[in-house]
Write a protein that binds this ligand. Structure first.
Ligand SMILES: NC(=O)c1ccc[n+]([C@@H]2O[C@H](COP(=O)([O-])OP(=O)(O)OC[C@H]3O[C@@H](n4cnc5c(N)ncnc54)[C@H](O)[C@@H]3O)[C@@H](O)[C@H]2O)c1
Ligand SMILES: O=c1ccn([C@@H]2O[C@H](COP(=O)(O)OP(=O)(O)O[C@H]3O[C@H](CO)[C@H](O)[C@H](O)[C@H]3O)[C@@H](O)[C@H]2O)c(=O)[nH]1
Length: 338
């Protein structure tokens, strides 16, 4: 069976990508330090416990498993934290990626699918955002992702690396079969935080700003179901391995939803009222981010089927309830205990 290396495969999006790889007959070899991931989320192939910056460990994993490509998802992901501690983000996201790519090339792996982000656009100059929009990140997280895109491009020109950079908008939802889902600690993301507020994990949902110039005053984002994202990663891999030209692609639905609209979807799906406390704006939040994903549709056939708000809220709710039901086991599984 063909193997693919998945860095960050113990994380939220990475575990869904591994499930989809397995479903399509590819063996996902996870390389993850478990600094933020979960051993229990690695279900469809081996876990190689290593840091992407550990050149010798990466080379040994490649020699053992002979992957034909890498899906590089490992990294730090919190926008706010990147503002407070930029050194960690530059070291892990940029330093780690550079070491990883050099180790892979030394072992002959040239095909890279990279997890980039809409944060590379900063406050966009056009909506919906095409890939040709100006690249002006407004936080260190976005800067580090843009620099990694540049590293990959430079290594293509110098060393024949072939890359597809996938600029996700807001990943959300959980595996429709309920096997995996989102479990960050601390949790920065909208949907899990709303769910925590209706199940007692938090007393209220803190809505960060209702004075934006949008239809109801709250920020607009383009939410894309994590399983739709997972599927298109495997399509990107097929495209790359069959000789497709390197490129960067937006992954979103083209539909924007306000924070209040997401709250309403959760209330509709769960039948519960979300207690909301309005706070001031969160630093670094652009008012509106919506993708023009027509290139992903054209090149990769990207057509999200699960990314409506009700499916996102429903799958996330089911996962949230199952984690709550097995809380002691989930806590034990966290950070490596089995
Ligand atoms: N969640 C989103 O909405 C979103 C949006 C745009 C881009 N992304 C990108 O997608 C990727 C995955 O995001 P996620 O939400 O699944 O995050 P996550 O934190 O759940 O997963 C990241 C994984 O990477 C691992 N990791 C981090 N640094 C590592 C290192 N140096 N060596 C080995 N493993 C390491 C962590 O342990 C974790 O398992 C990230 O690169 C993120 O920047 C996410
Ligand atoms: O408890 C919360 C959490 C979020 N929000 C609001 O909900 C919206 C979405 O916030 P998320 O944190 O869920 O998502 P972001 O748009 O901030 O972040 C996403 O997009 C970023 C790029 O801008 C990064 O790629 C990041 O990893 C990815 O999750 C924002 O307006 C935020 O202010 C709240 O009001 N309360």
């Amino acid at each position: 069976m063909t193997a693919v290396l998945v860095t960050g495969g113990a994380g939220y999006i990475g575990s869904h990508v591994c499930k989809e790889l397995h479903r399509r007959g590819v063996r996902p070899v996870v390389l993850d330090s478990l600094c933020n991931g979960h051993r229990a989320a690695v279900k469809w192939g081996p876990l190689c416990l290593a840091d992407i910056a550990d050149t010798e460990a990466v080379r040994a994993v490649v020699r053992e498993h002979r992957p034909v490509a890498v899906i590089h998802m490992a990294g730090f992901i919190h926008v706010g934290e990147s503002v407070a501690a930029p050194g960690q983000y530059w070291r892990n996201n940029v330093g780690g990626s550079l070491a990883l790519v050099e180790a892979l090339l030394a072992e002959g792996v040239r095909h890279v699918v990279f997890s980039s982000t809409c944060a590379v656009y900063g406050v966009p100059d056009a909506l919906p955002i095409p890939e040709t929009a100006a690249l002006h990140p407004i936080n260190p997280y976005g800067h580090t992702k843009l620099v990694v895109e540049s590293i990959l491009r430079d290594f293509r020109q110098a060393h024949g690396l072939q890359e597809v950079c996938l600029r996700y908008f807001n990943a959300a939802g959980a595996d429709p079969d309920g096997e995996i889902g989102e479990m960050h600690d601390p949790e920065p993301h909208l949907v899990p935080n709303i769910l925590r507020a209706i199940t007692g994990g938090r007393s209220v949902f803190d809505l960060m700003g209702d004075d934006y110039d949008t239809r109801d005053g709250t920020c607009i984002r383009d939410y894309v179901h994590v399983t739709d994202l997972a599927r298109v990663h495997v399509d990107a891999l097929d495209y790359l391995i069959s000789g497709g030209a390197p490129l960067a692609l937006n992954l979103g639905t083209g539909q924007g939803h306000t924070v209040r609209e997401v709250v309403a979807a959760v209330e509709r799906i769960t039948g519960r009222t979300v207690p909301v406390r309005v706070l001031s704006r969160r630093p670094g939040d652009p008012p509106e981010l919506v993708a023009n994903a027509s290139n992903a549709a054209r090149v990769l056939g990207f057509r999200p089927t699960l990314s409506d708000l009700d499916t996102i809220a429903g799958t996330a709710w089911r996962w949230h309830q199952s984690v709550r039901a097995s809380r002691p086991a989930a806590a034990a599984a966290k950070k490596g205990a089995s």
